[in-house]
Write a protein that binds this ligand. Structure first.
Ligand SMILES: *Cc1c(COP(=O)(O)O)cnc(C)c1O
Length: 455
């Protein structure tokens, strides 16, 4: 008989995964290579190592090893906030009156409030191990900047965070958390880089953009001794670090001898979803399961469901290598009324390739429905979810309601990537009845597609 599953499952220290799961080992041919933006030829490892830490580049290019050991220094850091609980959402099941079993993996139980610390820890560790003194990055909403500031403080690295000016102004508390951990926050565009000065000369009143902040962070790293640039999503090595989420889920489910039938994650750059599904997807690629994998994106930024599978720049400033991915065009700007995060124009090349090959389904959801689900969840399960995570909640609730209609007793797992304490402006809009759904027309999307380079 199946054992009764507890409300929360925490792995014991001895049961915690000691390796990341590299799903590319089971993807035949993995995915198309990154291209050098100047020559449009595949990037050599040495070129990437001028921008990123050496070990991250090795991981980025590794499509041979399924299992990549997590160094002890990172395992030690993980002990501060891992394992994260796998929760059986009994209260949500009861509220929905569904025969389905709903589970979520909660990654918000650390000061950064999201899963991003899993990769921040790894990238800061490798920078330190390589003997670097400084790292740079950009942050929009601020979760990534906070996570990296925590990791940089722990491993003793200097950190410059280029924070999109409007975010720095709208989220002064985020900014202050980052500074408290000792990182230097620079509102972008700034006069500290050529890229920033150029934008300021052209648009003195601009509130900045993620694309501009990336340009500044990359330029600063390139011009600074003993410094590299680090990125918080999209790239293969970030998905690899996030596979700790999936590996813990699998270890917990395996204790009870069960497995999910459906796995759901929200998709910004794709790292949390890619990491959550990694071990189960590896099994699927070897014909060992028939799990339904669903990526959920906002209808206002629909890179998988309405984007093109093409080579594009990873930033709007067009200075990064090109990646083959689902994209809305590096010049795409989501509608300004969009409050729910997940604003990135592209999608992880791994997730893109798996979607293109039919292993992943994707759905787009509108933001009012997302916040409806967020509030239902908060009332049942207690946690105030991040708007980003609530995209996955919406899809999980809909799946459970579908089970109610069909009578199917499916086991649904979703990723609860973070908490929403810094997103109260978005919740205020929702509570005041001022939240609108803003879905781009085909003509709107065409403007973004026109910015995809012709290779
Ligand atoms: C950054 C972030 C996301 C998006 O993650 P990706 O891995 O880039 O898809 C989702 N939820 C929260 C809470 C985040 O901070």
């Amino acid at each position: 008989m199946m054992p009764e599953i507890p409300y929360k499952t925490y792995l014991a220290e001895s049961e915690m995964p000691k390796a990341w799961y590299n799903v590319k080992a089971h993807m035949k041919g993995a995915h198309d290579p990154f291209l050098n933006p100047a020559t449009r030829k595949p990037c050599a490892a040495d070129e990437l190592k001028r921008v990123f830490c050496d070990e991250c580049v090795e991981q980025e290019l590794n499509d041979a090893d399924e299992s990549i050991p997590i160094p002890d220094g990172i395992l030690d850091f993980y002990k501060m906030f891992r394992p994260s609980p796998l929760v059986r959402a009994y209260f949500l099941e009861r509220a929905l009156d569904t025969p389905a079993e709903i589970y979520y993996k909660f990654e918000g139980n650390n000061t950064s409030g999201s899963h991003k610390l899993n990769s921040a820890a790894a990238q800061a560790y490798y920078a330190k191990a390589q003997g670097l003194k400084r790292i740079t990055t950009e942050t929009g909403a601020g979760q990534w900047g906070t996570a990296l500031a925590m990791a940089a403080a722990f491993f003793g690295l200097e950190l410059d965070v280029f924070m999109v000016k409007v975010s720095a102004e709208q989220k002064p508390h985020r900014r202050e958390v980052i500074r408290t951990y000792g990182a230097n926050v620079i509102s972008s565009p700034s006069d500290t880089t050529a890229a920033g000065r150029k934008i300021l000369a052209e648009f003195p009143e601009t509130g900045g953009s993620l694309g501009c902040a990336i340009s500044e962070a990359v330029e600063k790293a390139a011009n600074t001794k003993s410094c590299r640039y680090v990125l918080g999503s999209v790239l293969d090595h970030v998905l690899l670090h996030q596979s700790v989420i999936g590996a813990e889920c699998k270890a917990a489910f395996d204790k009870y001898g069960v497995a999910p039938d459906v796995i759901i994650g929200c998709c910004g750059g794709g790292s949390n979803f890619g990491g959550l599904i990694a071990p189960y997807m590896g099994d699927r690629l070897q014909g060992k399961n028939n799990i339904e994998f669903i990526g959920v994106e906002p209808a206002s930024c629909p890179s998988l469901t309405r984007g093109k599978f093409a080579y594009d720049f990873c930033d709007s400033a067009r200075i990064t290598p090109l990646a083959k991915m689902y994209t809305l065009g590096c010049g795409f700007m989501p509608p300004s009324a969009h409050a729910g995060g997940l604003r990135y124009h592209g999608m992880s090349p791994i997730v893109s390739r798996l979607y293109n090959d039919g292993y992943i389904k994707a759905i787009a959801v509108e933001q009012k429905a997302v916040f409806d689900a967020a509030v239902t969840f908060a009332k049942c399960e207690g946690i105030l979810p991040a708007p980003e995570s609530s995209h996955a909640i919406r899809a999980a609730v809909d799946k459970a309601l579908e089970c109610k209609r069909t009578g199917e007793k499916k086991r649904i797992l979703f990723g609860l990537t973070g908490t929403g304490y810094f997103d109260l402006a978005a919740y205020k809009k929702y509570n005041d009845g001022e939240m609108s759904d803003n879905v781009p027309t085909d003509a709107d999307l065409q403007k973004g597609f026109d910015t995809i380079p012709i290779i």
